[in-house]
Design a binder for this molecule. Sequence first.
Ligand SMILES: *[C@@H]1O[C@H](CO)[C@@H](O)[C@H](O)[C@H]1NC(C)=O
Ligand SMILES: *[C@@H]1O[C@H](CO)[C@@H](O)[C@H](O)[C@H]1NC(C)=O
Length: 261
Amino acid sequence: MKISLHLLTSLTLTQLFITLIVFVHCVESTYYCSTAGGVDPCTLAETLYEPYARTGNCEYNGVYAPCDRYITPGWYKSDDLVLDNCPVLNSCGAVYPIWMNGTFPQVADGVVSRTLCKTGFGGCCVRQYDLQIKNCGTSYVYCLPALDSCPERLCFGTNGTCEYPTTVAITTTVAITTTAVVDSTVSLREYRNLKTRYVVAIVAVILLVISLSGFATLMSFCYIKKRRKDREISQSRVELATDETGVESNGSPPHLHFQPK
Ligand SMILES: *[C@@H]1O[C@H](CO)[C@@H](O)[C@H](O)[C@H]1NC(C)=O
Ligand SMILES: *[C@@H]1O[C@H](CO)[C@@H](O)[C@H](O)[C@H]1NC(C)=O
């Protein structure tokens, strides 16, 4: 009994620990790439976030200052392939371009994981991100993360027009002349970014509380069992002592009323 209790406790502890580690590690990187419920990312994918000027030939444009920090993590589709070789600094419309260090999957492979690399002053892979990619037959879909800082951007394609759409140009011109608009644009983006992070944090806290309360219940259950067992032992000791001293068993001491059964 004692051994099985110990085993149970340590098993629960280990389980809790592993669950926590796996959870913390996985939740932010994969929850938005989830294909649970049999949803096909090929149909789920949205048009690429700010698709313009992402090709390897486009230099960073300080007026538009595009950046994938504000991307809503999730599945995206693109006619251009994600760049699978190291681009130079100041390309893909960014100062620090992001590329895929890996091979393109086959249709039969389904969703696969790949590594994204950031080109920096230190080399071709100064920072890594996770990428999920699926071959949908005629094109690929990508589960893209929000990047850490600006101006970092994912590369799609090698050669293209580096023009920005006029609608973006108008918005940006207004934003530059009116600081208030700049502020509200930034805060909206930050808000979206923050919202995602808060949802993750809240879910994490809720799950942590659930696991902890489950653990606490188990511990108190074990404690009660142990107390009962201790009482039984001391009870049998009292009985033993009573037998030895030859006291009448009818005259039970008051505490014997607590004896279970
Ligand atoms: C790309 O990945 C391969 C295999 O994991 C690794 O050997 C290589 O160093 C990586 N390239 C860069 C630039 O990090
Ligand atoms: C890239 O496109 C330009 C014109 O858009 C063309 O002149 C050039 O040859 C192309 N380069 C490559 C490598 O395809």
